[in-house]
Design a protein around this ligand. Sequence first.
Ligand SMILES: C[S@@+](CC[C@H](N)C(=O)[O-])C[C@H]1O[C@@H](n2cnc3c(N)ncnc32)[C@H](O)[C@@H]1O
Length: 202
Amino acid sequence: MRAHPHYNPFNVREPAEYPDWTKVFARTEQPLDLEIGFSTGRWLIQYAKTFPERNIAGLEIRAKFIEHVRGKLTAENLANAYVLQANAATALRKLFAPQSLSRGIIMFPDPWYKPRHLKRRVINPKFLTELAECLVSGAELHIATDQQNLAEAMLADLATAPEYQNKYARYAPENFAGLMTDIELYNLKCGRKIYRLVFVRC
Ligand SMILES: C[S@@+](CC[C@H](N)C(=O)[O-])C[C@H]1O[C@@H](n2cnc3c(N)ncnc32)[C@H](O)[C@@H]1O
């Protein structure tokens, strides 16, 4: 599963495909949720199994994970999940119609939090505006990170974005779905604190 050493996934500008969301799921009438940066798919696959009454789309910038997760979805016969390679920083408007997403999930994004790395962060004010256009009113955006600096930067970005309202006074008290990503499991094993944000699309 090693990527080519000279391949820079952040050069991915266009999604690998433009799915017709009315055709890719067995039950098209179900709400459509989105996970960004699913990597090995641990969380996305558990989510598809736990919420068969919802559909979940996954975007991942690194090509090596797509085939891996697609194989698992086929093996588990999960017809309510679909994944593709795309750069969430540039692809949201191209992939999703306005107000077509019922939930957004971004687990442990952006391992960089220094100001000079702001340009690399997936979660930034421009991204939040574009995501807000795709979310239906009342949709929740769930984010988790183990880095306090990053959590505070995201809180500040979301607090100044007029499209979102914090569901809690500051951080969310618990894991909303009770499902773990690889990084979450690792953090829990190391005893690290996890910061959870839940914002509601106004
Ligand atoms: C730190 S990892 C977290 C992986 C997983 N969510 C977890 O918690 O174990 C961040 C993931 O987001 C993906 N990613 C980073 N930037 C992205 C972007 N602009 N669009 C889509 N995926 C992105 C990375 O390739 C990586 O798989």
